[in-house]
Design a protein around this ligand. Structure first.
Ligand code: ADP
Ligand code: MG
Length: 305
């Protein structure tokens, strides 16, 4: 029996618009581990994170995504999120009119509604996520908590509890409270958007967090902030998968495993020494070693046109 919060991806094939983009990905992520997926532009990194999250444009044609000992291929993105899978987007949306605080509170409420299979849910207790939230006479959250009424929703997390969580996380990440009163991503710099993603991760406490290119378009200071933030959040529980095509963020992160993706396959795996080797020598040597022909896109990227 797999560990409760292990993520196991087995021989995953993914199509986008009838074209196969991923050709059999295997990945095993255990609680507390930090993984990095590296690879040239167009190699399929974002496709993997989108497929993992259940984005409707990304069709899994074969293979399995197993989480918490259960195949989740057919779960909606929402239910995956409630189980504790988190994806920080490469380009998050701006939502003028919604403050960071309100957004985070709603997100945490949804997360806490949980999606625990009925057989592991204790009787006479509303279990939300993996923790009991409050006791009632009957467990009335329903299968996925969809029918929860307004009053209960408020009880799931009281304003006081939320303020205290937010305060802790802000101080953990050395962030100013002013930030939380701003509108979501509205006029945010690249660095601020990434800070918000890290803050969201801190508040939601996912089991597995995927960060897609958290370093793209960021100056070195912002990269340090993301790297240090991720380091502050890593612990025995949360597993973190950082997707990047650069190496810069890796100077701030202690990494357990590095996976190199090329042309829809994971072609090489190792520890942090592998990312250093790529930093020095690029990807060409890996292709040569494995006899992979470069794509036009890869050639362009490497010669910089
Ligand atoms: P990476 O994140 O490694 O740069 P992607 O996963 O974004 O790579 O892209 C992998 C391949 O899949 C590319 O050839 C890209 O053109 C194609 N692809 C990805 N998403 C889409 C999409 N939504 N529509 C069409 N093609 C896509
Ligand atoms: Mg990408």
């Amino acid at each position: 029996m797999a560990d409760k919060n292990e993520l196991i991806i087995r021989d995953l094939h993914v199509n986008v618009e009838d074209k196969e983009i991923l050709h059999g990905i295997n990945l095993h992520v255990k609680p507390g581990e930090v993984h990095v997926i590296m690879g040239p532009n167009g190699s399929g990194k974002s496709t993997l994170s989108n497929a993992l999250m259940g984005h409707p444009r990304y069709t899994v044609t074969s293979g399995e995504i197993e989480f918490q000992g259960e195949v989740i291929n057919n779960l909606s993105p929402d239910r995956r999120a409630r189980r504790g899978i988190f994806l920080a987007f490469q380009n998050p949306l701006a939502v003028p009119g919604v403050t960071v605080t309100n957004f985070l509170r709603t997100a945490l409420t949804n997360r806490r509604k949980g999606d625990v299979p009925p057989e592991v849910r204790p009787q006479n207790l509303d279990v939300v996520g993996d923790r009991p939230v409050y006791e009632t006479k009957k467990a009335s959250l329903g299968g996925d908590g969809a029918n929860i009424d307004r009053k209960k929703r408020q009880t799931l997390i009281s304003p006081k509890e939320f303020r205290s969580i937010l305060k802790d996380k802000l101080s953990l990440l050395k962030m100013d409270e002013k930030f939380t009163r701003r509108y979501l991503n509205d006029g945010f710099s690249g660095g601020e958007k990434k800070r918000l993603e890290v803050l969201q991760m801190a508040v939601l406490e996912p089991k597995v967090a995927f960060l897609d290119e958290p370093d793209s378009g960021l100056d070195i200071d912002a990269i340090r902030i993301v790297g240090e933030g991720v380091n502050a959040l890593r612990g025995k529980e949360m597993a973190i998968v950082v997707i990047t095509h650069q190496q810069r963020i890796l100077s701030y992160l202690d990494v357990d495993y590095v996976h190199v993706m090329m042309q829809g396959n994971i072609v090489k795996e190792g520890g942090s020494e592998l990312s250093r080797e790529i930093e020095e020598k690029g990807y060409g040597w890996i292709r040569e070693e494995l006899g992979i022909q470069p794509t036009l896109e890869e050639v362009r990227e490497e010669v910089g046109v």
